[in-house]
Design a protein. Structure first.
Length: 109
């Protein structure tokens, strides 16, 4: 694939790399099922895919307003890596998440 010089090329390269490397995102029966996590905001999507010891947890704000909400992570709390910054974060059982307008975060394990 010719990546050329496109504004979002690093973003897409990173997502493709994550899909190829994390078993939770493998296709079909080889990957993990999707689990949607209920939050008290219709404009926020939180989901998880998990396969063996691999986990991908995504928080996405689908609105033009900043949001700050508590997300119940029962059974999914623990240490993760922020996919883009590569920083280790510890997510709590009842995690408070702040997302900018149209913002998102991807955590991997």
């Amino acid at each position: 694939m010719d990546w050329g010089n496109f504004p979002k090329q690093d973003f897409y390269k990173g997502l493709i790399r994550l899909k190829k490397e994390n078993k939770a995102l493998f296709n079909g029966e080889h990957g993990g099922n999707i689990k949607f996590i209920n939050v008290k905001n219709d404009n926020v999507l939180v989901f998880l895919r998990e396969k063996e010891d691999n986990r991908v947890l995504v928080f996405a704000n689908l609105s033009d307003k900043e949001v700050n909400l508590e997300v119940p992570l029962d059974g999914y709390a623990g240490k993760y890596k922020d996919f883009y910054s590569n920083e280790t974060v510890k997510l709590m059982k009842n995690q408070t998440v702040k997302l900018s307008a149209w913002g998102y975060v991807i955590y991997v394990k």
